[in-house]
Structures are given as structure tokens and as C-alpha cells.
Design a protein around this ligand. Sequence first.
Ligand code: FAD
Length: 139
Amino acid sequence: MITVVYVSSAVLLMSPTDLLDLLRNSRERNHVAQITGMLLYRDGNFMQVLEGEERVVDALQERIRRDPRHRGMIGLLRQRLAERAFGDWSMGFRNLHELDERERVQVNPFLAPSFAPEHWRASPDKALKRLLRFRQDQN
Ligand code: FAD
């Protein structure tokens, strides 16, 4: 099994309906393919972690890379995995525009200074930490 993390930028700002549409399809497909993970969205930028069998994850990431809804995918991490960290999620999701005040205070250190893809290239470990943090906050 492997895990990958990437960041990318939406070609157009995604409406709630666009995001729901993307999520519904992704969850169905990921469930069948035994892919787990999480997608974050903020200010037109995505960060996603995918977990699963190596060939399945690599093929999915390549399909996502070619998706015309976003561009500029930067792979931050690709590593072997003994155990899933997002095991019960076919695709968790947080739209970071919709945090309440309590959540905003909690996650602010992670949101600063920027959610822009270029920022993460220099600190891929922080990206995974952020995703795991959001995963913990859901419990
Ligand atoms: P088809 O459904 O046959 O679509 C054909 C083409 O149209 C593909 O290039 C597809 O990318 C594109 N397309 C599909 N819907 C739209 C639309 N509404 N607007 C514009 N173009 C469209 N898929 C997963 O299965 N799991 C994931 O975890 C996942 N995460 C994603 C994260 C992001 C940020 C993005 C942008 C997409 C994600 N997708 C995910 C969707 C993925 O890119 C593919 O669209 C999906 O897997 C279906 O692939 P397909 O080749 O069967 O495409």
C-alpha cells in the first residue's frame, strides 16, 4: 500500500454544487477501488491525500492529474504505508471556507501563511500533518 499527497489549483472557483458533484463521484469510485483519503479545498486550491494499493493509487492520481477542472498538480509525498490513516473514509472533505469560529481558531496555525501549492513544495511533511489534523478533528 502507498499514500500520496498532492496540491493543485482549480481552473475556476468551485461552487458548492461543483464540489458536491466531485465528491459524490469520487466517494463511489474510491469505495469500489478501496481508496481512502481526504480532500481539502480553499481559495481555489486543493490538497488531497490518497491511500490504497500502489497501482490503483498511481492510476487514480494520473487520472486526476488529467482532469480539466484543475491544473498545476504538485506531488508532495509518495510513500509506503503499513496502515491506513484515513481507513474509514472513501474521501473525507473539508471546504475551508465553511469553518466555524471555534474551528478557525484551532486550524489557524495550519492555514497560515498560505494555502497556495507553491508553499507546500518546500514542506510536504506539514501538508500530511495538516491532513491528519483535520482527520482527528472529525472524531
Ligand atoms: P469520466 O467520468 O469518463 O470523464 C471524462 C473526462 O471528463 C475526464 O477527464 C474527467 O476528469 C472529466 N470530467 C468529469 N466530470 C467533469 C466535470 N464535472 N467537469 C469537467 N470535467 C469533468 N476521482 C476519483 O475517482 N477519486 C478521487 O478521489 C478523485 N479526486 C479528485 C480530486 C480533484 C481535485 C479533482 C479535480 C478530481 C478528482 N477526481 C477523483 C475525479 C477524477 O479526476 C475523474 O474525473 C474521475 O475519476 C472519473 O474518471 P474517468 O476517466 O472515468 O472520467
